[in-house]
Design a binder for this molecule. Structure first.
Ligand code: PTJ
Length: 270
């Protein structure tokens, strides 16, 4: 299937193009079928936060980058959606933070692991960890496919970035003492709540922002990085994120009224 051309002046151009990207990812086996549904849920939450990076998300991204840069062994966990939407940024963040990428799939199929690996290499990766070609360690607290981890990657990691994750694994990673960072548009998801740092933003905006921050912050002294992490409060971050959604919904009530009033006035004048 060829990607459909979205007209440059279409008001929902970015959203529609992102949809096309994820559909293509599904066709090339990178994205699981359930990944399409997960993306739809993400789209709905993005609508609710106003489809832009909030100041709060920027603060969370800064704390996340500080945690990765100051870690002994940071790791980026990559699933189908992440690989499809932001392959180049993921590779770049991995390089700047010296955080290996590990493919870790909920809907595991060897065909998918291979497709994701190829896509990451095509995006410039030099090394990609995963459970297929390496002996695997297991997270005992977890029963899903994601219990298998690479002993050189998540197995040994101290700070793990797990974007668009399911709640069970985040909980399991916390239970075995990992510092967990996530990117999740839903501030009420279990992953968002269990993580140490949650960036409530669309990964298509959050990852490029993290790359930019990592470039700026990579030479900061470790104490300064650790202080940035210490000053971050995820409880406050998540509560305020929910308030942002509520305010946005309140504002929509007025907007709908105004648009309909204008529409009716226009119709009466014809
Ligand atoms: O590739 P696999 O096999 O590992 O499977 C990946 C998915 C995403 C299918 C799997 O992890 C899954 O089922 O995830 P969930 O439980 O649906 O959670 C995904 C979370 O990510 C939800 O809270 C969504 O709101 C959120 N989300 C979806 N798209 C985005 C997003 N958050 C940020 N940016 C997005 N673009």
């Amino acid at each position: 299937m060829t990607k459909i051309e979205i007209p440059p002046d279409h008001p929902r151009k970015v959203s529609l193009e992102t949809r096309e990207t994820i559909i293509e990812g599904h066709e090339s086996h990178v994205v699981a079928t359930a990944g399409l549904l997960a993306h739809g849920r993400g789209e709905a939450f993005d609508y609710l936060i106003g489809e832009k990076t909030t100041e709060l998300a920027e603060l969370a991204a800064r704390a996340a980058v500080a945690a990765m840069l100051s870690a002994e062994h940071p790791v980026i966990s990559v699933n189908g959606n992440v690989c499809s939407l932001v392959p180049e940024d993921t590779v770049e963040l991995s390089e700047i933070c010296r955080a290996p990428m590990e493919i870790n799939l909920f809907y595991y199929r060897k065909e998918r692991e291979d497709a994701i690996k190829d896509a990451l290499f095509a995006a410039g990766a030099k090394e990609v960890l995963g459970t297929h070609d390496h002996p695997s360690a297991t997270i005992p607290e977890l029963s899903s496919n994601r219990r298998k981890v690479d002993p050189k990657g998540i197995g040994a990691g101290d700070v793990i970035l797990v974007p668009l994750e399911d709640g069970d694994r985040t909980e399991a990673l916390k239970a075995i003492g990992k510092f967990v960072i996530t990117i999740d548009l839903n501030p009420m998801s279990r992953t968002a709540i269990y993580s140490d740092i949650t960036i409530v933003d669309n990964i298509i905006r959050a990852l490029p922002l993290m790359v930019e921050l990592a470039r700026d912050m990579k030479d900061l002294p470790k104490e300064e990085l650790l202080q940035i992490v210490k000053n971050f409060d995820n409880t406050e971050n998540l509560a305020t994120s929910v308030h942002i959604i509520m305010k946005h919904l309140e504002a929509s009530v007025n907007d709908i009224g105004k648009i309909r009033e204008k529409m009716n006035t226009g119709a009466n004048e014809q």
